[in-house]
Design a protein around this ligand. Sequence first.
Ligand code: ATP
Ligand code: MG
Length: 212
Amino acid sequence: MADSQFNSGRTAGEASGNARHAARMARKKALIDAAIDAASDERGLLIVVTGNGKGKSTAAFGMVARALGHGMKVGVVQFIKSRTDTGEEAFLGTQPGVEWHVTGDGFTWDTQNREQDIATAGRGWAIAARMLADPAYQLVVLDELTYLLSYGYLDSDSVLDALAQRPPMQHVVVTGRAASAALVELADTVSVIADEKHAFRAGVKAQPGIDL
Ligand code: ATP
Ligand code: MG
């Protein structure tokens, strides 16, 4: 008897809890629907994925996969990196509709040659600038571009001008640590990935499928 009273009391409490939840969710849905209705613009976006945590380039490659799923033409320029044995290039780089360039010679501490780094950056940027001037590319990924700006290997104003003057429907994703204030200002969407923990610091070497 005590049990059944307890149960029925809980059931009534649950019922009013459920009703409150439903009312709260209905108010929330009205707000979200209004925000979705208000967001009616369609244009090419500049997305910046920056910060010290892992996941910047892989976020960009996720958008490449999405764009390809919609049959879009995609251009990718990987600055800095020299390796061409990554999973992303082997898979995404060989899909129809993708043009993939690896233009780096490695990090500054690998090359140890500033003149060479500047020349390499210029060659990579020439490819990127061609894509940014061509509306046929519906998504352009400029992977690790931020370093070329922070080291002064590319002229920041020229890069920002090319980004600002690109075709109106073209999406661009820029990745790399320490995005400049000017780049953040120009961007439509900026995500900063924090470095809470990384397996490398526990002695784990770069793992295929995760890191390359
Ligand atoms: P990913 O390519 O995995 O998305 P990312 O683009 O955010 O990483 P980068 O700075 O470009 O990061 O570095 C690429 C490589 O360095 C990857 O192997 C990645 O796992 C590793 N890495 C990224 N962040 C860190 C970190 N905070 N500490 C150590 N290694 C890192
Ligand atoms: Mg990266």
